[in-house]
Design a protein around this ligand. Structure first.
Ligand code: FAD
Ligand code: NAD
Length: 467
């Protein structure tokens, strides 16, 4: 039996980052991963492969639609989906190997196999060939992540009715794809295929797409994606999806309660993800799980069993890689006797469409519901010189500040490079900056960041300079 100070189950961004921080803090650390590659959902079938395909499809889209105006004549531009998938696989392999390198560098023992609790300090690891190893550990961190969710009638068969995992490996460009769910996965992967020529129809239960984000963003993104050819069926309740061999047929009820049917080559089910604890043997430990399947944790991310902690998608909160990573660092530092801090109010959210959508803090709707008196400043991207130079003129930046104190309470943007731009707002808000603070610092010209300054000017004194 091997003995460790800390053992982490799951090698996603939560688990592998927790392992590195534990090792940095001098703990003898083990990492258990059931798959042969490290990195979890994010590196293998999530963040990294989706961004690889988003970037490839964006290059193709630009070559077809924008090169000519830039003065670049290209003939016979073709999308080679097999090469795109191959490049994506190479990027995933490099990134996952990078995690393996980091484990070796930090002297972390990696055990490949399914981890299952025998009791609160002992884990059995069962490798693919059936070999069993026992691990004893003072502390254990559960970082087992999540799996795609679905509802009755839309069970993925992984052939025509697919999840993000299969969509990231399609070997053909479908003529038409139905997407159930107008959230992050539906719109990102929908964008990949729309740019390659697939007709995308989104069937969404809510009144808007990206329903949890500020309504300014959902309105603008709807407009942008419609121009890309997306069709939206909002307020539609899916009844069933059937694989008909060469395609699918979806039946839904519209908001009037009428039955509508749609057909397509594929149906992507993207209605959220659910925590994953199957086979973990939690019943042998007494670790409590709530009715949503999440491992219950207290403010220190400690489960109902004092030596067992949990982080990432398997617990409450947003299902984001950077949230999982911060929680991994947080628990490692707690175990080392430190007093770390984690701020759940300022987790940035990004949708990697083009232009990108990014936000931090509260939405206008949330602040109004709370009865806060606020000031809102907006700046259209098309008013930027930089945007015209690069032909990326769609979008808007919105800064929301407290009406009395001018403290920034939320920043919401849809703009080229918004995924990177949002970090200015995260930093400013972490230091409790006012809109005036943002408006009075240098923003390099010409950049998209000038839109953040202008929106802050609009919020603080209603005096943007360039509109
Ligand atoms: P995971 O990454 O899910 O890792 C859990 C690991 O635990 C897995 O490797 C699993 O095999 C292993 N495991 C589970 N049970 C056991 C067991 N019993 N024994 C051994 N191993 C086990 N987030 C972002 O922030 N940005 C993005 O751009 C982004 N894009 C995404 C795109 C897609 C298509 C998807 C599906 C997700 C995306 N996400 C993104 C979400 C992100 O992937 C997750 O929030 C993140 O991976 C959660 O990390 P985690 O460590 O909690 O779990
Ligand atoms: P999501 O929660 O973003 O979106 C799900 C959408 O499906 C929502 O709009 C919801 O209203 C809709 N929906 C739910 N039930 C429905 C039904 N029965 N019929 C029609 N529509 C229905 O979930 P997702 O897009 O599946 O992504 C899962 C998780 O992965 C998210 O939590 C997200 O944070 C994470 N993720 C993040 C990124 C990123 O950071 N860029 C990218 C991909 C995934």
């Amino acid at each position: 039996m091997s003995n460790y100070d800390v053992t982490i189950i799951g090698s996603g961004p939560g688990g592998y980052v927790a392992a590195i921080r534990c090792a940095q803090l001098g703990m003898k650390t083990a990492l258990i991963e059931k798959y042969s590659t490290l990195g979890g959902t994010c590196l293998n079938v999530g963040c990294i492969p989706s961004k690889a395909l988003l970037d490839s499809s964006e290059h193709y889209h630009n070559a077809v639609h924008n090169f000519k105006e830039h003065g670049i004549d290209v003939k016979d531009v073709k999308a080679n989906i097999k090469q795109m998938i191959q490049r994506k696989n190479d990027v995933v392999a490099q990134t996952s190997n990078g995690v393996k390198f980091l484990m070796d560098k930090n002297n972390i023992d990696v055990h490949h196999g399914m981890g299952s609790f025998i009791d609160k300090n002992t884990i059995k690891v069962t490798a693919d060939d059936g070999t069993e190893t026992s691990i004893s550990s003072k502390y254990i961190i559960i970082a087992t992540g999540s799996k795609p969710n679905f509802f009755p009638g839309m069970e993925p068969d992984k052939k025509r009715i697919i999840t993000s995992t299969e969509a990231l490996n399609l070997q053909e460009i479908p003529k038409k794809m139905l997407v159930i769910g107008g959230g992050v996965i539906g719109l990102e992967l929908g964008s990949v295929f729309a740019r390659l020529g697939t007709k995308i129809e989104v069937v969404e239960f809510a009144k808007t797409i990206i329903p949890t984000m500020d309504s300014t963003l959902s309105k603008e993104l709807t407009r942008v994606l419609k121009k890309e050819g997306f069709k939206f069926h909002l307020e539609h309740r899916v009844q069933k999806v059937e694989n008909k061999g060469k395609g699918v047929v979806l039946t839904a009820l519209n908001k009037k309660g009428e039955e509508v049917t749609m057909d397509a080559d594929y149906c992507l089910v993207a209605v959220g993800r659910k925590p994953y604890t199957a086979g973990l043997g939690l019943e042998n430990t007494g670790v409590a799980v709530n009715d949503r399947g999440q491992v219950e944790v207290n403010d220190h991310l400690q489960t109902s069993v004092s030596n067992i902690y949990a982080i990432g998608d398997v617990i409450r909160g947003s299902m984001l890689a950077h949230k999982a990573e911060e929680e991994g660092v947080y628990v490692a530092e707690i175990l080392a006797g430190q007093k770390p801090h984690i701020n759940y109010n300022l987790i940035p959210g990004v949708v990697y469409t083009w232009p990108e959508v990014a936000a931090v803090g509260k939405t206008e709707e949330e602040l109004k519901a709370e009865g806060r008196t606020i000031k809102v400043g907006q700046f259209p991207i098309k008013a930027l010189g930089r945007a015209r130079a690069s032909m990326d003129t769609q979008g808007v930046v919105k800064v929301i500040a407290d009406a009395e104190t001018d403290e920034v309470l939320g920043v919401h943007m849809i703009a080229a490079r918004a995924a990177d731009l949002i970090m200015e707002a995260v930093t400013a808000m972490e230091y409790r900056a006012s809109a005036e603070d943002i408006s009075r610092i240098y923003h390099p010209h010409p950049t998209y960041s000038e839109a953040v300054k202008e929106a802050a000017l609009a919020a603080t004194e209603n005096r943007p300079l360039h509109v």
